[in-house]
Write a protein that binds this ligand. Structure first.
Ligand code: UDP
Length: 328
């Protein structure tokens, strides 16, 4: 895929989501014609405010579980709630979005020779017994736990896609996304970065689940989008590729960074650890480095600073909106 005289058309499913909307902005900046698809289950039209001003973007409200009728040379599949709080609210929707969605995409790729970039996840590794996680690791997933609708759904989606490659020579590429954060994260999506920032700006306390010694590796949005975009340009990508930032932090360390960057020291309260919560997570990104020349550039401190600034801006905007309450 390259930009010739005609603007290639790409489809982004989950376009109104946190990652989807940033990817849309990037693709528009790169000169593509972008069609977004979203069922607005967790997406927010406000995320598409800037894309909506472009004559090269249009949005369809629809669901990846239904037959895709859109013409596109490349499809980026980001349709699925991704925060544990959201994806566990309607596990059936999560599981079917992942599995039926992948099935529809594969059908489309086979019929129309469409290239597919599919957003998989570090959750396919479950609560990993190998560290850091390399793509060849098969994972440690509880198939009947509360996270299974997402983890197993994403695993089945990978199976659909890899079979489509093997059996039908479909051009499908899988990126396994590790924890990502940045501007536009929903205030209330329940993820650790948005929770810690909101709690710190609110004067605390910060809620740490468990002892806070579990780790995650946080990747700033722009770095992630670069990785996904490069995955679409590569001449081929056979097998999944981890995209994330290999700097691993405990949650207590993350809390420190948030408080420091927000210049507000607040108290910490510990709450029960959710079931099947992975103890350690860190990507091995050698494959992405080699195949996509991928290298995350934004430090946790810089990224958190930018994210806090964005949260503050949006909170101010929300305060200034004229809200009229209905008389009771
Ligand atoms: N977590 C926390 N406090 C919160 C929200 C999350 O301590 O307010 C923990 C959660 O238990 C997990 C980590 O932060 O260990 C990352 O959680 P998140 O929901 O962001 O995503 P996950 O990586 O688990 O999918």
């Amino acid at each position: 895929m390259g930009l010739g005289s005609v603007r290639p058309t790409v489809l982004v499913t989950g376009a109104a989501g946190f990652i989807g909307s940033h990817l849309v902005d990037r693709l528009l900046a790169e000169g593509y014609e972008v069609v977004g698809l979203d069922n607005l289950m967790t997406g927010d039209l406000g995320n598409l405010e800037s894309a909506g001003r472009s004559p090269h973007f249009h949005l369809e409200i629809g669901d990846v579980r239904e037959k895709l009728e859109v013409y596109a040379e490349v499809i980026f599949n980001l349709a699925c709630p991704a925060s544990p709080v959201h994806y566990q609210r309607d596990p059936y929707a999560t599981l079917t979005t992942n599995t039926l969605g992948a099935m529809r995409l594969v059908d489309h790729a086979r019929q129309h020779q469409t290239r597919i970039i599919h957003a998989s996840t570090s959750e396919v590794y479950g609560d990993p017994l190998e560290h850091p996680q390399v793509e060849t690791y098969w994972g440690n997933v509880n198939p009947i736990g509360e996270r299974a609708c997402y983890d197993e759904g994403k695993r089945v989606a990978e199976t659909f896609l890899m079979d489509a490659r093997r059996v039908h020579k479909a051009d499908v590429r899988i990126v396994r996304i590790f924890n990502t954060y940045g501007p536009r994260m929903a205030f209330n999506d329940g993820r650790v970065v948005s929770n810690f920032i909101m709690q710190t700006l609110d004067g605390g306390p910060i809620t740490v689940y468990g002892d806070g010694k579990q780790t995650r590796s946080f990747c700033f949005m722009n770095d992630l989008v670069e990785g996904i975009f490069q995955a679409s340009l590569a001449s081929d990508l056979d097998g999944p590729v981890n995209i994330g930032n290999p700097r691993e932090s405990t949650l207590l360390e993350l809390a420190e960074v948030v408080m420091r960057e927000a210049k507000n020291n607040v108290s910490i309260v510990h709450k029960a650890l959710p079931s099947d919560d992975p103890k350690r997570r860190c990507p091995n990104i050698d494959r992405a480095r080699k195949l996509l020349a991928f290298e995350p550039k934004v430090t946790l401190e810089d990224g958190i600073r930018q994210t806090i600034a964005n949260f503050r801006e949006r909170l101010e905007l929300r305060k200034s909106l004229p809200v009229r309450r209905r008389p009771s």
